[in-house]
Design a protein around this ligand. Sequence first.
Ligand SMILES: Cc1ncc(COP(=O)(O)O)c(C=O)c1O
Length: 406
Amino acid sequence: MFQLDAHPSGRHFLQIPGPTNVPDRVLRAIDRPTIDHRGPEFARLTHEILDGLKEIFRTASPIVTYAASGTGAWEAALVNTLSPGDRVLMFETGHFATLWRALAERLGLVVDFVPGDWRSGVDPVLVEAKLAEDKTGAVKAVLAVHNETSTGVASRIAEVRQAIDRAGHPALLMVDTISSLASIDYRHDEWGVDVTVAGSQKGLMLPPGLSFNAVSDKALAAGKQAKLPRSYWRWDETIAMNRQGYFPSTPATNLLYGLHEALAMLREEGLANVFARHARHAEATRRAVRAWGLEVLCRNPAEYSNSLTAVMMPEGHDADALRKEILARYDLSLGTGLGKLAGRVFRIGHLGWFNDLMLCGTLCGVEMGLAVCDVPYRKGGVGEALECLQHPGTTATTTTQKKRAA
Ligand SMILES: Cc1ncc(COP(=O)(O)O)c(C=O)c1O
């Protein structure tokens, strides 16, 4: 029979790029009696959560919360704004962009899917060129995944916005921040995003089960003309009822308790510090990878993800065999290669509730795994990461490199 907590002694290392480790404080908050979701206490909870979320999304606009995984919020973004046959512009940045495209097509949208190499983000130059070609305004929306969880590549959303503006195009901008929100700098209002899609299970440090749409006035206006059928996903009813502190259907009350606590934790740490922590751990991870003689999948340093690092395996070595061995020996879960990257990369998640020693443990597990699986690598990645954590300003010559050069 399936047994929860069947792991050996000590804490399991859940270093997939989400769901992430849920802080004990959040677990304790969830573990409280469920209350009446039509009662007075609940309205206070809703209002405090919606105010807290606005700080995280960096918006003054409404945020719609769903009891659904991120895929639900993808669908909600589209059905609330578009009509059957509408054209949308998307970029093949990886597995999640490909899945969002499939969802859009199933809804009857026509997707112009710009091919990509799964190692790069959305190219703002191409956004501008594609929209400049569209003299009739046929493209109704540009859909971008901010942080491609399958590749560890973060697209430059502020530059995508500027590209849309340079083309003078009226398309809506919709951005998936499922693995970037509360981990990597993101600004819904300042970057002129019309719909931000997010989920609970990554930077927000909650279990899976909640997802979100932050919605601009322009998106709300587009919704008035949009003809795609929608019922559960309708924004208008939720926004109206949220003003009173309630939801049209039964909300995920206990997850909302957890969200309330997670928002408090993020506020206590300060969003700028949260981003800096993620950046520091990401840099230490990349230094370890390079020291091992392995390659980071992301090609362009300006697009490095601060929430995860996808590591390419040397030719002839299977990433899943390595992951399997690391899990069996060290109780460490790493992310699998998705879609066309299956077997070719493993992904180290370093987002959410995470600290220096958790990163060190994770990197130790990887380094030991490389050795036992006979993957060709150089020792010293962990040492390189330690050096980086202790002296984050140093870039090139670390102790390990000095030794190697001597
Ligand atoms: C960037 C991104 N978008 C969308 C999704 C899909 O979300 P879910 O699996 O919660 O439905 C994920 C899941 O990991 C993701 O990482």
